[in-house]
Design a protein around this ligand. Structure first.
Ligand code: C2E
Ligand code: MG
Ligand code: MG
Length: 742
């Protein structure tokens, strides 16, 4: 039986498991990426800041450095002397050219105390616009310096900074530049100058071309350039070049080194791979989880279904039926409806199982379940509660007539042949019905009553239905008690006994046989008649055990008796069991009883219909030499004309005929006809129930072979029969022989 899991369980899985897992994964990866990007940004920002500071520092160091360079030549007696003497040649060598060669300054000028240039390097036309502009830029610086010198300002002077100086970033002829002005003073102090009226040394360093190249190399600033406007692109940063008056002259622009971005660009591919691997693993994990969980859901559903259903027919089982019945009974008061509980039991199902095997029995049960499904309604419940037992809950039953109609249809449907093992098998169904609320509103009681009705139906002849009436209860209780006691008796010692009734041969006038008759000595009830408990054993399936017990006991007991035959009664049900012949053979072998001395008594009804299992048993046993007798002849269906069809060796004329002798019925004539016909057919005859001498005389007279009855002997326990046999007047005509089997 295959169960599939439903759409909602898929959705539940998606909602409960997949969504949270993926959401968590997404949130985590977004958080991780954000953190990484943020860290990258922060690291880059710090690095940018550092590089900007670096550029500012480099520029301010440049400015200080130029001033320091100047001091190397401007604090020098020789220089002052040369300036005073207008020795431009000396100045050119020591204050101009040398400064360029050694310090890389782009220009050097010397101004006299009235700010007139007395020397210029490189050589330049004094009236050229370039020089004019240079001078224009220098003058404010020179004026400022002279003012400080005049004022005796000493701020900034130290061991390293010997003289005051003024420097600034300016634009000269469209080029950014540092212009630094320093006084030329005596290093010994021997050549005095009036403060403010010193010769001044002016140094110029342009901030493009070579400076940019140096900066690039020294500080690894990629693509560094100077721009008048702050036009840094997205990948560039800039640092402004600001004059001492706070005017922005232009910008140094470069592509900053960004450690964060570099790291990210290295780490990102690895992270993407890691992320993808993690996602794939997670997807695999989730899919495995999904498969497992779906399997779990599936098996849960199957287990739930199995717990409530019968595997063979897929019908609800007893548990589910009880639940539904409880539900229906609970709502009975409000709904006001009437419900019916049907108990169904297949007739002769056990025989089908025994004859054709369990797979065929299963097929029949499935077929039957299918047939009743067609009959009952959607709201009704059919359940299989045991081997061949079913229950039906009919809801909203409006009338008893409706229940009867349903029952009739079921009985009718069950009666149709079942195609099994290549043949047509006939079984029937018996149904017991109880209705709520009239028969009770409590489940246990209601179902019990349906069961009682079923039992009555079975007793009344099966393949029908019976609706519960209270009178059914008393008899079924008694029967149940008896059944229970019979089971106990079969297991106990000394309750089930065998008595033997002698059979007298009319020809030799002695006991030539005995019939074994079962007895039940109930510990409380005393002797229970076989007519009561044998049919009970047949109904309850105990007959097999009972028959076997009697057969074994009788064979053991009579093996050594000087009688020709031992008669043992066999029930029709035993005879239908496919193993019966085998069981009898085993008993014969075990007890060493000669099969030729055994006569099995069967009733007419047991032979009424042709039946393959029974016929095979009879044939097999006859093969061994076992004989058969037709018991209680005349009470059943058999006509005298059919006698030759039946495979028996003896007819036992029922005692009702013998006891009818001397009445107006003319039973003598019938008995004579039976005896004559039997002899003509080659069958022996026994007359049962011979109670009077006249009956005995008449039967001898008409040629009946054997007589059995109270006149001759009652059924007796073993010892009494043995005493009787010992007391026989003459030697037996045929000595008892042990079986050749032994
Ligand atoms: P049955 O096989 O016809 O057995 C003869 C019955 O007639 C016995 O009844 C016996 O006691 C009774 N009987 C014998 N002579 C007279 C007589 O002169 N007058 C009267 N009124 N009755 C007489 P019992 O022992 O009560 O057995 C009843 C039936 O139970 C048997 O009828 C037989 O069909 C069945 N039975 C007995 N033992 C077994 C058994 O071991 N297996 C099976 N399957 N059936 C058995
Ligand atoms: Mg008998
Ligand atoms: Mg009889």
């Amino acid at each position: 039986m295959l169960r599939t899991f439903s759409e909602p369980s898929r959705r539940t899985f998606l909602l409960r498991i997949v969504t949270p897992i993926f959401l968590t994964a997404m949130v985590l990866s977004i958080a991780a990426s954000t953190l990484l990007l943020w860290a990258t940004y922060e690291v880059d920002r710090a690095s940018d800041q550092r590089q900007r500071s670096l550029v500012v520092l480099v520029l301010s160091q440049l400015r200080a450095g130029i001033a320091h360079d100047q001091e190397g030549v401007a604090v020098w007696d020789d220089a002052l002397t040369a300036a005073m003497n207008g020795d431009t040649e000396w100045i050119d060598v020591n204050l101009g050219r040398w400064m360029q060669t050694y310090f890389g300054h782009d220009g050097a000028y010397v101004l006299d105390p009235r700010n007139n240039p007395i020397y210029a390097f490189p050589k330049v036309e004094a009236r050229s616009p370039h020089f004019q502009q240079l001078m224009a830029r220098t003058m404010p610086l020179a004026a400022k310096l002279r003012e400080r010198l005049r004022g005796g300002d000493t701020t900034g002077l130290s061991d390293r900074v010997l003289t005051l100086g003024v420097a600034d970033f300016v634009v000269v002829s469209g080029r950014p530049a540092v212009v630094s002005v320093k006084p030329i003073v005596s290093d010994t102090g021997d050549i005095p100058q009036a403060p403010g009226n010193e010769f001044l040394h002016v140094a110029v360093r342009y901030l493009d071309d070579s400076f940019i190249t140096e900066l690039k190399q020294d500080y690894l600033l990629d693509n560094l350039r100077f721009s008048w406007l702050d036009n840094a692109s997205a990948t560039e940063i800039s640092s402004p070049l600001t004059s001492s008056r706070g005017e922005t002259i232009g910008y140094f622009v470069w592509q900053p080194y960004r450690p964060g971005t570099t790291l990210l660009s290295r780490v990102a591919p690895v992270m993407v791979v890691v992320f993808l691997v993690a996602m794939t693993m997670m997807a695999l994990l989730v899919s495995a989880l999904r498969r497992r969980s779906l399997k779990l859901i599936e098996s849960e559903a199957t287990v739930r279904h199995l717990a409530h259903h019968d595997q063979l027919t897929d019908l609800p089982n007893r548990g589910l039926f009880n639940d539904r019945l409880d539900g229906a009974l609970k709502s009975l008061a409000q709904s006001g409806e009437t419900i019916a509980v049907l108990y169904l039991d297949l007739d002769r199902f056990k025989e089908v199982n025994d004859t054709f095997g369990h797979p065929s029995g299963d097929a029949l049960l499935r077929d039957f379940a299918h047939r009743i499904r067609e009959i009952v309604g959607e709201r009704d419940t059919i359940a299989r509660i045991g081997g061949d037992e079913f229950t039906i809950l009919l809801r909203a039953v409006h009338s008893r007539a409706k229940v009867e109609a349903v029952c009739r249809r079921i009985v009718e449907a069950a009666r149709h042949p079942y195609p099994i093992a290549g043949t047509q098998v006939f079984v029937g169904v018996s149904i017991g019905v109880a209705m709520a609320p009239q028969d009770g509103v409590e489940r246990v009681e209601l179902t019990r009553r349906a069961d009682v009705a079923l039992y009555h139906c079975k007793r009344a002849g099966r393949s029908d239905f019976a609706i519960y009436v209270p009178e059914m209860d008393a008899s079924s209780n008694a029967r149940r008690d008896l059944e229970r006691d019979l089971r106990t008796a079969l297991d106990a010692d000394g309750q089930i006994l065998v008595h033997y009734q002698p059979l007298y041969s009319t020809a030799v006038g002695r006991i030539t046989g005995v019939e074994a008759l079962v007895r039940w000595r109930h510990p409380e009830r005393g002797w229970v008649p076989p007519d009561t408990f044998v049919p009970l054993a047949e109904e309850t399936g105990l007959i097999g055990r009972l028959g076997a017990k009697v057969l074994r006991e009788a064979c053991e007991t009579a093996a050594g008796w000087p009688v020709e035959s031992l008669a043992v009664n066999v029930s029709a049900i035993e005879l239908r069991n496919p193993n019966y012949a085998m069981q009898v053979t085993n008993v014969l072998l075990a007890t060493g009883f000669n099969p030729r001395r055994l006569e099995l008594e069967v009733t007419e009804s047991a032979l009424a219909e042709r039946e393959s299992g029974r016929d095979r048993n009879i044939a097999a046993l006859r093969e061994l030499g076992v004989r058969f007798a037709l018991d209680d002849f005349g009470t059943g269906f058999s006509s005298l004309g059919r006698l030759h069809e039946l495979e028996v060796d003896r007819i036992k004329i029922d005692r009702s005929f013998v006891q009818g002798f001397g009445t107006a019925n003319g039973d003598e004539a019938i008995v004579q006809a039976i005896v004559d016909l039997a002899r003509a057919t080659g069958l022996k005859t026994t007359a049962e129930g011979v109670e009077t001498a006249s009956q005995s005389d008449y039967l001898r007279h008409i040629g009946c072979d054997d007589l059995q009855g109270f006149l001759l002997s009652r059924p007796l326990p073993r010892q009494e029969v043995e005493a009787l046999l010992r007391a026989q007047p003459d030697e037996p005509r045929v000595a008892a022989t042990r079986s050749a089997h032994s």
